[in-house]
Design a binder for this molecule. Structure first.
Ligand code: DGT
Ligand code: CA
Ligand code: CA
Ligand code: ZN
Length: 579
């Protein structure tokens, strides 16, 4: 699958319609989206054709605005506006619409008129006959909804890392706030979330407390506002489903057990198997309860680090624990000095109002400077990307002037003149070299014609990478997590070309992309290529996504010097000026 199918786009449009309805937008707009969803669903032709011909608006009922959204969803796998709407609503409200007999309009009423934020709260309100008071509801609809609840199966799929991290933070804070200080001795997210894998199955949270507090703490977990359903609750382990439909496993241990339990439940399983074997080789037993000698006495362990030390290893960060060479490297003291968020000196990929960003150049610059960055590059879209309001040459020239003006006001901070130029199907760029040569930095990326043979796509991308004006290849494989698979491309050849032509490969930090991924980042480094970690922010809030890109880099064994935006400005400019 190279791109979203008609059906997938249709589903997202329908969800958009639901979100608008939950939000109480006008009937006309909601109907337009639902209508568009139906039209796309029953389309004979492939969407990509219609987009290429620019004939979406010829379909009855599809106007300019929706056509833009359809293209955006098709190209990006999601719509910016939809993401914003989702962020503003408690996620439990959207979840409610999955209950049979409950549409978005009713969800709107339940949320705005009764303040119900989750399936759990709805159930309680139904049981207390509160729902029948609402206009248009009655005892009968209450019965219907209760029945719907019985048939409602939660949709639990793998989720993207940002959602897992945010959900885990919420749960940890809520639990801390629900008990007296000092009851929780230690609490930490573990499992794949702590290893920062790109997709997460379930969330694992480890809690240390006194033996006599386990029972009450277990009860507190089941009573959290975020807890929707209880799968099991003992005094060692509590498993719940949250209002957002995610499974979370809590484990309760003693402070003494905490370090070894943290290591065990962080995994990965493959890493654990190797560590346990290594312990055996040292005549020790390693499990979630501790590091134990043959005579059953415990080795005193204060931290996770101690476990590694006792087994003759350097400390291995969670992101590296995949049994992909980290244990050997730790034994021989050749682990990477892993890159950290604080090493990043600037962000080289972002959008302003000149294309599809939400803020002005100055606003983006100010926000970046406040973060402590020394520089950014403004890289708006080029003319062919009409969906994203791509710039004409004239607008680009105007933008360059504006950047000069803003830079005059900035002290000790620099805004670089950049662009994200589209790579055309034949590998040429959307702007002439002449205009590109006026810029500090050129990012090239593919946003169209994803369905090519591997040979064609590889040649297309390599041609762009070898253009001496190009400094960065952005989101090199074009995948959208949970949306679109990567297009077919021979990345080994692309990496070779990047190395030869001094082009950096991007780790796009958007949690929807994380492209390059950990494996390709590591391969690129091993080949000697340089990388760059950027957010592709369309809103300065998204600068925070840099942490997800850095996690990918850490999982990919990268060090500071592998990444060009850890360089200070002079060194970066030197890199950009070389061919
Ligand atoms: P996920 O949830 O599929 O994204 O991946 P994980 O790694 O979070 O896996 P999960 O939730 O099944 O278990 C959490 C950790 O507990 C796992 O990373 C390692 C540890 N673990 C679980 N089951 C086993 C096991 O049977 N053997 C070993 N050695 N470790 C296990
Ligand atoms: Ca897990
Ligand atoms: Ca688990
Ligand atoms: Zn971009």
């Amino acid at each position: 699958m190279e791109k979203l199918t008609n059906k997938e786009v249709s589903k997202l449009l329908a969800e958009f319609g639901d979100l608008l309805a939950i939000n109480g937008e006008n009937e006309f707009k909601i109907r337009a989206y639902n209508n568009a969803a139906r039209k796309i669903q029953s389309l004979e032709a492939n969407l990509s054709e219609l987009i290429k011909e620019d004939s979406l608006e010829d379909i009855k009922g599809i106007g300019k605005g929706i056509a833009g959204t359809i293209k955006e969803i098709f190209e990006n796998g999601f719509s910016q506006e939809m993401e914003e709407l989702k962020r503003e609503l408690p996620s439990g409200v959207l979840e409610m619409t999955k209950i049979p007999n409950l549409g978005p309009k009713r969800a709107h009423q339940l949320y705005y008129e009764l303040g119900l934020k989750s399936v759990a709260e709805l159930r309680e309100a139904l049981e207390n006959n509160k729902v029948r008071e609402l206009k248009g509801f009655g005892p009968k609809s209450e019965q219907k909804l209760l029945k719907g609840l019985q048939n409602y199966k939660k949709y639990v799929d793998r989720i993207i890392i940002s959602q897992a991290v945010e959900e885990a933070d919420k749960l940890i804070n809520a639990l801390k706030n629900s008990v007296e200080e000092g009851i929780i001795k230690n609490i930490e997210v573990c499992g794949s979330t702590r290893r920062r894998k790109e997709m997460i199955g379930d969330i694992d949270i480890l809690v240390a407390c006194a033996a006599e507090d386990k029972e009450s703490l277990s009860k507190k977990i089941t009573e959290l506002e975020l807890t929707d359903e209880i799968i099991g609750a003992g005094d060692k382990k509590v498993s719940i489903i949250t209002c957002d439909g995610l499974q979370v496993d809590f484990r309760l241990v003693s402070s003494e057990e905490f370090p070894s339990a943290l290591h065990y439940f962080t995994g990965s399983q493959a890493h654990n198997v190797r560590m346990r074997q290594l312990a055996k080789d040292h005549n020790l037993k390693l499990n979630e309860y501790g590091l134990i000698k043959n005579d059953d006495s415990r080795i005193d362990i204060k931290s996770e680090e101690d476990i590694f030390v006792h087994l003759g290893l350097k400390y291995i960060i969670p992101e590296l624990r995949e049994d992909s060479g980290e244990i050997e490297a730790a034994a021989e003291d050749r682990l990477p000095v892993s890159i950290e968020v604080s090493d990043i000196k600037g962000d080289l990929h972002m959008h302003s109002r000149y294309s599809d960003g939400a803020f002005t150049i100055e606003e983006m610059g100010e926000a970046a400077r406040k973060r402590g960055y020394s520089y950014i590059a403004i890289t708006d879209h080029s003319k062919s990307l009409k969906v994203a309001n791509g710039m004409s040459v004239e607008r680009l020239k105007k933008q360059l002037q504006e950047i000069d003006e803003v830079n005059k006001k900035m002290d000790g901070f620099r805004i670089l003149k950049g662009i994200e130029v589209d790579i055309m199907p034949d590998g040429s760029l959307d702007f002439e070299d002449e205009i590109l040569s006026e810029l500090d930095l050129v990012i090239a990326s593919v946003h169209s014609s994803f369905a090519m043979t591997e040979e064609e796509m590889t040649a297309r991308i390599i041609k762009a990478v070898k253009n001496t004006e190009v400094n960065i290849l952005a989101h090199p494989r074009g995948r959208i997590l949970g949306g679109r698979a990567a297009y077919k491309v021979d990345m080994n050849q692309v990496i070779e070309a990047a190395l030869e032509s001094n082009t950096a490969l991007e780790i796009n930090s958007s949690p929807h992309r994380l492209d390059l991924d950990d494996k390709w980042s590591r391969r690129a480094k091993e080949a000697g290529a340089l990388l760059t970690i950027n957010t592709d922010a369309h809103h300065y809030r998204e600068f925070n996504d840099i942490k997800y890109g850095v996690s990918v880099a850490r999982r990919g064994w990268l060090e500071k010097d592998d990444v060009i935006n850890t360089f200070d400005l002079d060194k970066l400019m030197k890199f950009l000026r070389e061919d």
